[in-house]
Design a protein around this ligand. Sequence first.
Ligand SMILES: [Zn+2]
Length: 332
Amino acid sequence: MKIFKSAFLSAAALIFALCTISCGREVPKATDSSSASIADTTAESTEAASDVSTEAETTAEPTTTTAAKLSGVTLSYTEAEICVGQTLTYPMVYDSIEAEWSSSDESIATVDSVGNITGKSEGKCIISVADKNVPDKGAEVYVTVKKDTGIKEINGITYINGIMIANKSYSLPESYNPGGLTPETDAAFKELVAGAANDGISIYLSSGFRSYDLQSQIYNNYVNAYGQATADTFSARPGFSEHQTGMAIDVNIVDDNFIGTPEAIWIENHCSEYGFILRYPFGKQDVTGYKYEPWHIRYIGKEAAEAFIKEADRRDDVNLTLEEYLDIDSHY
Ligand SMILES: [Zn+2]
């Protein structure tokens, strides 16, 4: 759904704005009486405190953590607001220091060795960068972590309710390359194959992970053979293929001859038990952007697949699509 996407984008823009508002400003120094008082204030008294000095207006929201002890280093931003699970690219350090990053509370936000900040749970904490060689030299970023909005974009990849999305509306960056099926997908597929065998059904992998480059070659070959309009109904443009996620698998016969076979029926009825869903169900070409593909399954995890099937039951729609379930579009 476009509204969701644009809501997400404006949220992202807001986060960016928050980060750039304090661009180049020095962080409040704990030794200043003004910032010390900020650290001691509660949320209710922030306004009153901001009357004390102009610097107070630009400082981060009060935090329950220990007041800052570091100073003398300027960062590109000193406040940040992120969602749980989101990673914010490091602030630029405008001073030459041997940087050492740390978090005042790793249960709320963690920071890696270059300063990228990741939200872990709702709350506030301080991410610090200290100069290894000079005591008390450094700077802080006041981080507020908000609860997961359900939609997030990390390194150009869109996740909705934790599910990585690759369709005609949400593409993957060329650089995203898990190098094969994800370990979870691989393990779940092995279980599925064994489960099918127990039922006397032979399921095998025909096509799993496809890199951006490989998809590029495949798609271009189809365009040359059938023209783009036709190619788009069954082959994804590079970056838009679910096979690039490493969580999509084409089983057995990858053409219409698979339709209605005992194997296809077994997949349709049982793949969710192993954490997979049928991605391009019958009669939903307008929604998914692809014709019926009973051979194409997508791993979303057992819990998510179970919730998906429950929702399909509730809607009385055995052909529920991921797009309908997550309320998103799929078109170029
Ligand atoms: Zn496929």
